[in-house]
Design a protein around this ligand. Structure first.
Ligand code: ADP
Ligand code: ZN
Length: 200
């Protein structure tokens, strides 16, 4: 006897600080799905316009096409019925509505793969990532290498003074730091501290 059952979906979250390889890992997983001819759609928040508007590009220059959307409602609207894999980058820049949209997609049978910052530059949880991590079947935490001491780095150090505006995607304004070397306030760069320009 054949038992009919609905196709099963699930949620994968890739989280960590800046420069930890989240986009690289997201692109790697999505490429494999593409090669296997799984119907795929990739989204990113429209506010993140670094490098190229219709692509996700990692710091190591890996890239994949992505559709910029202004919020979770537009994302939900653009997902086609036959889509089996949904990729979402920079998930921390979405509104809280993303949580429900992701739940719905996975329940109706999609594999949803998200990447995003789990902490802001002060080290505080970055919504809606904590809730996405809680509901996910798989959570991968990527780490960078601390620019000061070489330890595994889970935090993003802001280098531009507090109060001064930093453009989204201005990666030169941040560097990866471990917990011991991280400060919740903006700080000088490793280059300024140890480089040849005469100290602090
Ligand atoms: P994320 O999406 O987490 O910001 P990316 O996938 O865009 O990360 O980029 C990861 C790449 O960043 C690494 O492969 C490496 O080339 C580069 N990189 C720059 N700074 C660091 C660092 N401190 N530690 C590790 N990788 C770094
Ligand atoms: Zn360190």
């Amino acid at each position: 006897m054949h038992v009919m059952h609905a196709e099963v979906g699930w949620v994968e979250v890739i989280c960590g600080p800046m420069f930890s390889g989240k986009s690289e890992e997201l692109i790697r997983r999505l490429r494999r799905a593409q090669i296997a001819r799984q119907p795929l759609q990739v989204f990113k928040p429209a506010i993140d316009d670094r490098y190229h508007a219709t692509q996700i590009v990692s710091h190591s220059r890996a890239a994949i096409e992505a559709v910029p959307v202004k919020d979770s409602e537009e994302l939900a609207r653009r997902v086609r019925r036959d889509t089996r894999v949904v990729g979402i980058d920079e998930a921390q820049f979405f509104d809280d509505g993303l949580v429900e949209v992701v739940e719905r997609l996975a329940t109706r049978g999609s594999r949803v793969v998200l990447a995003g910052l789990d902490q802001d530059y002060a080290g505080a949880p970055f919504e809606p990532m904590p809730r996405l991590m809680a509901l996910a079947e798989y959570v991968t935490k990527t780490l960078a290498i601390c620019m000061r001491c070489g330890a595994p780095a889970g935090r993003s150090q802001r280098l531009v003074p507090d109060g001064e505006q930093v453009l989204v995607g201005a990666t030169e304004a941040y560097e990866a730091r471990c917990r011991a070397c991280h400060s919740p306030r903006a700080e000088a760069t490793t280059r300024e501290l140890f480089g040849g320009d005469g100290g602090e």
